[in-house]
Ligand binder design. Structure first.
Ligand code: NAP
Ligand code: MG
Length: 403
């Protein structure tokens, strides 16, 4: 069989621990036997980030900007405990995802992978719900203040022109707390653009929610900017038969729970933080959640939503077999290859990505799955727990047959 060729490289960002092990197996068993893999490889493993003073993360992000499609393995974000575990670290390096996002900009969309054997907690959900979280500002970049005496707090803006605006936040009669937060038109607009573009690429409705009845100026600005930006996409939405829908956050929550899914829900920063955990938990498992960073100028970085699965890695290092679930990482690869194929007009590569996903679904439908999924299957479904390598071999068998 002749392998599928790729005109343009994808940017491959390797990572840490158990997901690094999965990464190599996925390439060896599921990708390289079928595709003449054309990738520009960056090792974002913690020790290599340390050895390059984190330059490798910056280089990888720049390569993603150059080529437009990247696939990333989960990586360790060091904390104090990791500094003890890896004494050679010269710094508590920043989260690679944060570094990459600060270079590329853009919005992260998280989407669950659904299978028949596992039912969402919300019984009417039939299709995935993707959450788009605005990743700038609001309480994540706020200033806070506490006082122990009565007084009055003001909010002042001083323009470069010298003009000033001041409002009284509140006059208080005793100890109190205050919070000042902000967002920028530029960031909100980029968020709106990424959401509209992603809705078009998925051919799904876009919902956006905020609380503009209460926060008339702040949340009102979000709503207005979304409406303004929508005008650039309206024709495409009409052509595809999809719609943009704004509603209040509390109304959105009620509608989401009663919906059958199949749409993108754009959330402000805090709402997205909370709602993405709620939606992913209700759909089943972090190990079945994909994540893609989409920039306003149409660059894509695919990854699994989970971390490096440290405790499985320690067991694997001691020679134990582990049942780490590779599905989200496989879908990061298939997503990247499909997008590369789409951008390059490479139909065989797109078809390969689809066949790979189908082979995963077929394997799961046959009841062959990692233990984390077996525990969640519906009553009456007969499932066999297997370790990661056996699971990957079973997928490879089905993939080879379908190709
Ligand atoms: P985690 O790696 O997602 O694992 C948390 C737990 O979830 C695991 O112990 C495991 O539960 C379960 N789990 C997650 N993925 C699984 C999979 N594919 N198959 C089976 N079970 C899975 O999160 P963490 O332990 O909080 O973080 C570990 C490291 O990952 C940290 O150093 C963190 O910095 C990093 N991290 C990276 C990213 C990223 O690169 N995007 C994201 C999050 C965290 P059981 O133990 O019950 O089996
Ligand atoms: Mg959170």
């Amino acid at each position: 069989m002749e392998k599928i060729r790729m005109q343009t490289p994808i940017v491959e960002m390797d990572g840490d621990e158990m997901t690094r092990v999965l990464w190599a197996w996925i390439k060896e068993k599921l990708i390289c036997p079928f595709v003449e893999l054309n990738s520009e490889y960056y090792d974002l493993g913690l020790l290599h980030r340390n050895a390059t003073q984190d330059q490798v993360t910056v280089d990888a992000a720049n390569a993603a900007r150059k080529y437009g499609v990247a696939v990333k393995c989960a990586t360790i974000t060091p904390n104090r405990k990791r500094m003890e575990e890896y004494p050679e670290l010269t710094q508590m390096w920043k989260s690679p995802n944060a570094t990459i996002r600060s270079i590329l900009g853009g919005t992260v969309f998280r989407t669950p992978i659904l299978i028949d054997a596992i039912r969402p907690v919300v019984s009417c959900w039939k299709k995935p719900i993707s959450i788009a979280r605005h990743a700038y500002g609001d309480i994540y970049k706020a200033v806070e203040l506490k006082t122990d005496e009565p007084g009055e707090c003001f909010l002042t803006f001083r323009g470069e022109s010298g003009a000033e605006q001041t409002v009284s936040v509140q006059k208080t009669s005793g100890p109190a707390v205050f919070l000042g937060q902000h967002n920028t038109d530029e960031s909100i607009r980029a968020f709106a653009d990424a959401c509209f573009a992603y809705a078009i690429s998925l051919k799904q409705d876009l919902w956006f929610s905020s609380k503009d009845t209460i926060s008339k100026v702040y949340d009102g600005r979000f709503r207005t900017i979304f409406e303004e930006e929508f005008e650039h996409y309206r024709a495409d939405f009409e052509r595809l038969g999809i719609r943009y829908f704004y509603t209040l956050i509390d109304d959105a929550v009620a509608r989401v729970i009663r919906s059958e899914g199949g749409f993108i829900w754009a959330c402000k920063n805090y709402d997205g933080d909370v709602m993405s955990d709620l939606v992913s938990t209700a759909f089943g498992s972090l190990a079945m959640m994909t994540s893609v960073l989409v920039t306003p100028d149409g660059k894509f970085e695919f990854e699994a939503a989970h971390g490096t699965v440290t405790n499985h890695y320690y067991r694997w290092r001691n020679g134990e077999q582990t049942g780490t679930n590779p599905v989200a990482t496989i879908f990061a690869w298939s997503g990247a290859l499909k997008k590369r194929g789409e951008l390059d007009g490479n139909a065989p590569l797109v078809r390969f990505g689809e066949s790979l996903e189908q082979a995963v679904f077929d394997t799961l439908a046959d009841g062959i799955m990692t233990p984390d999924l077996v525990r969640m299957t519906v009553p009456g479904f007969s499932a066999t727990p297997v370790c990661t390598e056996v699971f990957l071999d079973e997928i490879a068998k089905r993939l080879a047959k379908s190709i």
